[in-house]
Write a protein that binds this ligand. Structure first.
Ligand SMILES: C[S@@+](CC[C@H](N)C(=O)[O-])C[C@H]1O[C@@H](n2cnc3c(N)ncnc32)[C@H](O)[C@@H]1O
Length: 277
């Protein structure tokens, strides 16, 4: 493919992904409808955000979705620039901030994480976070690293949750149905099409170390850990409904040990913390 065609394909895929998320924004909160497993992962992210940043600072939310994190962080005293590639998601974040009377602390911007050059400023943010996979939809992560390095103050931090490659539950789930090609999806080298609402999201899966490589020029790696290594991934809601006590136990194990070597490379998602060099 020549350079012009490649750029056209990338832009077309970004537009398809944007259209897919616009189409579900009305009933989305990290997943369509109510999803307690997603909200458990979200609380874990909040724990890490609280441990990383001091209240009162300015943070960027990359792929803010419907604004659950942005409003929660604003309620905790942060000033949030909430960004998303989907205009409909940004509108929901704005609505949520208005209802919470937090528009002075939540500034919404319809910009993709692949296009952060459009965000003005240099060294003015204490950090950036991104929750539940927006960065899986970005074609070139090194551009995210470069622009975050510009926007963050020296020593500023990044806290991301990213969809991982090795999800033990997913492998077991699809293996039990002999859907071998479905298991292979997370191991693709590049962006792959994933259906949502009869549309297409272009997604690339990563292992934590592989993900970090795109950031290592500008950031040091502070910590990474698996999310949903032992607990089932959010789309297997039936497991939690049928076995709530087992689920609680697995989630507790997850929180305790998913930062250990070997286990930290697995999970439906992983959480990664990096610090600006
Ligand atoms: C799974 S949702 C997560 C939303 C939110 N962070 C949360 O925790 O609920 C993924 C979000 O990423 C956004 N997104 C997709 N591609 C993006 C891109 N290139 N840049 C920024 N956001 C993107 C989508 O519009 C959607 O809001």
């Amino acid at each position: 493919m020549n350079i012009v065609n490649e750029a056209d394909t990338t832009n077309e895929r970004l537009r398809e992904t944007q259209d897919a998320f616009d189409s579900v924004a009305a009933d989305y909160d990290g997943a369509r409808g109510n999803n307690d497993l997603i909200q458990d992962m979200r609380k874990e992210m909040w724990r890490w955000l609280d441990a990383t940043f001091a209240p009162g600072r300015r943070l960027i939310d990359l792929g803010c979705g419907t604004g659950l994190d942005a409003v929660r962080m604003a309620q905790s005293g942060f000033e949030i620039t909430a960004t998303d590639w989907s205009a409909q998601m940004v509108a929901r974040t704005r609505d949520r901030a208005e209802r919470a009377k937090l528009t002075e602390r939540v500034h919404t911007v319809n910009v993709g994480a692949h296009d952060l050059a459009r965000l003005p400023g240099s060294g003015i943010y204490a950090g950036a976070y991104s929750n539940l996979g927006p960065l899986n939809c970005v074609p070139d992560l090194s551009a995210v690293s470069r622009e975050c390095a510009r926007l963050l103050e020296p020593g500023g931090s990044l806290v991301f949750t990213v969809i991982g490659r090795i999800c033990p539950w997913e492998i077991a789930h699809y293996a039990s149905q002999r859907r071998w090609s479905r298991i292979k999806v997370r191991f693709a080298a590049n962006l792959v099409p994933v259906g949502m609402n009869k549309r297409t999201i272009w997604t690339r899966y990563y292992g934590p170390r592989e993900f970090y490589r795109a950031f290592e020029k500008d950031f040091t790696l502070t910590h990474y850990r698996g999310l949903c290594v032992f607990a089932p991934p959010p789309y297997l809601t039936g497991v939690r409904e049928r076995h709530p006590r087992l689920y609680e136990r697995l989630w507790r194990v997850d929180r305790r040990v998913a930062g250990l070597p070997f286990l930290r490379g697995m999970g439906d998602h992983f959480l990664i913390v990096m610090r600006k060099r």
